[in-house]
Design a protein around this ligand. Structure first.
Ligand SMILES: Cc1cc2nc3c(=O)[nH]c(=O)nc-3n(C[C@H](O)[C@H](O)[C@H](O)COP(=O)(O)OP(=O)(O)OC[C@H]3O[C@@H](n4cnc5c(N)ncnc54)[C@H](O)[C@@H]3O)c2cc1C
Length: 389
């Protein structure tokens, strides 16, 4: 596969890299400790065109293709905090694509354009206390009442949830219809009846906020319904594809940074009279990890290529073949990056277990990848179905 990146993509990549290295990374220790980062990060990312590079100009984007988003996802890990990186990817590739695909001109102007400028923080509210992988069994209900919907229920694990300017929320409009009874809504953060519950304390991604949300008699005007009633599950399955592919390319890039750090450490650290890098054991281990990571990158790029061809060139829904590739990529990347993280920490010995070394945070943070946005086992179950088993 020839490189999909043109000079324009590479220029954009440099913008994201500089933003991460100069403006974000110096705050890593503080933001991880505080379990939060300031809102200006969203505004600045918007100002630099980071959220909108792959969105059409009519909605406030730069009109680029999907490879701009891939380039961004590969550079964000350089900020050194998977929490910040994830929060920004939720804004650009997880919460907002649904608005782009389904939103009316008014909805795009009110929600999508300010989100791309980084002025409104977006959150995707799908998971619930009793329904994560099995989205069709969500229990939040939206009942039509005149010109409004009245929504009751709860969500959990919602990234950007404590400070979201708006939610892209999935609820049941026909509770008896399972997957065929779900509908998306736009919910402004100050809507009466929306209550932010506990902020969850996590083992990793400390800098991002992850919230429980409660909805009690929450009234949302019908004009904030996204797309058709009861079609939300189908839309969500489409939306998952951008979320998963971008998570893959970001995780692979994170893995490459871990290997880079491990090599630097191995050059420096001596045991039994010589640097670790001169031990054949570690040389071969690092070679094998690099090979696996490159294979993971190649598979992720196949998924990204399918996504770009379907959505950007052919302007159609993501095909089953692309969905399969993206799901396979997420399964494979998860296993590879976990192994990379574990071995790179091992190479650091006891120092890998100490907070001062970035590998400690990277090892913790990467663990989410095999769970969030489609757990590895759920994806295997899903691909098996796609393969007709
Ligand atoms: C830090 C963080 C941020 C998140 N951000 C968001 C967000 O912004 N918005 C949002 O909506 N959600 C978010 N999530 C939720 C995330 O997407 C879910 O945690 C994930 O989908 C798994 O759902 P669950 O936790 O309910 O696990 P469950 O669905 O209960 O599954 C538990 C485990 O069971 C196994 N399993 C599940 N199904 C099968 C199967 N068919 N066959 C075999 N094994 C299976 C898997 O190993 C899985 O890990 C976030 C989660 C975390 C931890």
């Amino acid at each position: 596969m020839a490189s999909p990146f043109t000079e324009e993509h590479q220029q954009f990549r440099r913008t994201v890299r500089l933003f991460c290295e100069r403006e974000l990374a110096p705050h890593a220790v503080e933001w991880e400790r505080d379990e939060s980062f300031p809102d200006w990060v969203f505004r600045r990312a918007g100002e630099l065109g980071i959220f909108g590079a792959h969105y059409p100009k009519e909605v406030g984007g730069a009109g680029g293709d999907y490879w701009f988003s891939v380039a961004k996802s590969e550079e964000l890990p350089r900020c050194g905090m998977a929490g910040v990186s994830m929060a920004l990817l939720v804004q650009s590739d997880m919460a907002t694509p649904v608005i782009h695909d389904l939103g009316s001109a008014e909805q795009k102007e009110e929600f999508l354009a300010p989100a791309l400028r980084g002025e409104k923080i977006a959150a995707l509210a799908v998971s619930e206390p009793a329904a994560g992988s099995d989205v069709a069994s969500i229990e939040t209900v939206a009942r039509r009442d005149g010109d409004d919907y009245v929504i009751d229920g709860a969500k959990t694990f919602i990234t950007n949830g404590t400070r979201a300017g708006f939610l892209v929320l999935l609820a049941k409009t026909d509770p008896r219809a399972g997957a065929h009874g779900c509908t998306f809504f736009l919910v402004p953060g100050d809507t009466k009846g929306l209550r932010v519950g506990k902020k969850l304390r996590k083992i990793g991604n400390h800098s991002s906020d992850t919230a429980e949300l409660h909805f009690e008699e929450m009234r949302v005007p019908a004009r904030y319904r996204l797309g058709e009633e009861n079609m939300g599950f189908k839309y969500l399955m489409q939306n998952f594809q951008s979320e998963r592919i971008i998570a893959c390319t970001s995780a692979v890039s994170n893995g490459a940074l871990m290997i880079e750090a491990a090599i630097a450490y191995a050059r420096d650290r001596k045991t039994f009279g010589k640097p670790l890098i001169e031990r054949e054991y570690w040389q071969h281990k690092l070679v094998d990890l690099t090979a696996k990571l490159e294979a993971a990158r190649a598979l992720s790029y196949r998924g990204a290529e399918g996504y770009n061809d379907d959505k950007y060139l052919a302007r159609r829904d993501v095909s089953r073949e692309t969905v399969k590739l993206i799901s396979l990529a997420k399964i494979f990347v998860g296993d590879v990056v976990s192994e990379v993280a574990d071995q790179c920490l091992q190479l650091h010995g006891g120092w890998g277990y100490v907070e001062e070394f970035p590998i400690a945070r990277a090892w913790r943070d990467q663990r989410l990848f095999r769970i969030g946005g489609g757990a590895t086992e759920t994806l295997r179950y899903y691909v098996a179905k796609l393969m007709g088993f």
